[in-house]
Design a binder for this molecule. Sequence first.
Ligand SMILES: NC(=O)c1ccc[n+]([C@@H]2O[C@H](COP(=O)([O-])OP(=O)(O)OC[C@H]3O[C@@H](n4cnc5c(N)ncnc54)[C@H](O)[C@@H]3O)[C@@H](O)[C@H]2O)c1
Ligand SMILES: O=C(O)C[C@H](O)C(=O)O
Length: 311
Amino acid sequence: MAFKRRKIAVIGAGNTGATAAFMLAQKELGDIIIVDIPSMSNPTKGKALDMLQVGPVQGFNVTISGTSHYEDIQDADLVIITAGLPRKPGMSRDDLVTTNANIIKDVSEQIARHAPNSYIIVLSNPVDAMTYVCYKTTGFAKNRVIGQSGVLDTARFNTFVAEELNVSVEDISGFVLGGHGDDMVPLVRYSYAGGIPLEKILPAERLEAIVERTRKGGGEIVNLLGNGSAYYAPAASVVEMAEAILKDKKRILPSIAYLEGEYGYQDIYLGVPTVLGGDGIESIIELPLTTEEKEALNKSAQSVQNVMSIL
Ligand SMILES: NC(=O)c1ccc[n+]([C@@H]2O[C@H](COP(=O)([O-])OP(=O)(O)OC[C@H]3O[C@@H](n4cnc5c(N)ncnc54)[C@H](O)[C@@H]3O)[C@@H](O)[C@H]2O)c1
Ligand SMILES: O=C(O)C[C@H](O)C(=O)O
């Protein structure tokens, strides 16, 4: 049997979808098909063609195409869902729930029909609840339906810590648990700079300020952009997860995973540390938490439940 290149479908050709598609191509992770709703002109095809023409300049060699037909995602190995509305200043991610849930249901049905063996990473917000909708609609196994938030939230935390310490961001390893909302749980106790616990080198009030800024990191960018939300770091984050799966890297990365008793929660998608490899979420890592940390995680899980109760 001949080897074949991987096929990656990106649903939604907006800011996050187009940026993720471009980064996937630059890393030659597979042939890319970008799907968006039909329109009078054809911006999806236009973006795909524009990206493809970077290949000769940067030296990557994959196909990139744009479409509004779901048949074109036939047999995709991996699907990244970015379809849906982003928030605007003054909105919370949860305000998007009703509109985006309808979009995610529709997209998930199409994925189940045309790419029944795929692994899915969901980005659309409110992402914990949208990942749940995708899981229920596709009926795929829980390890194959994954949400992205923790890689991004951790990247923000790491960025702020590196700036504070004036050291390389490469040496910071933060750790964020919970839902992708303002009560997410950056766990300082499990965060390090060059192997040194952060609590040993940063005063408690500076750490608390960084935790707060991380929690509101998405909103900070929404306010700065004025019309839409972050996309470079979100795209890079979803691509890191995609790479872990496509190359069976068995990375320890935070993912939004379906919980059946882990951390004491049932029937919920929530951000937890996972091993991401060729079979998607291969395992969930459970860590001992202090009473205070567990209370913070309970609060975050309750926020996700509140959004899910609207569905
Ligand atoms: N999880 C995260 O960390 C994270 C990070 C950034 C953005 N997001 C979320 O991702 C989503 C997309 O953000 P964006 O900045 O790319 O928005 P965007 O408006 O730039 O792009 C969204 C695209 O989805 C398309 N779309 C809508 N319905 C569709 C359907 N049924 N099928 C296919 N495509 C459809 C739209 O036409 C649009 O091109 C938002 O919900 C945003 O909140 C999540
Ligand atoms: O903040 C948003 O609405 C988009 C995304 O979830 C983010 O964290 O950047």
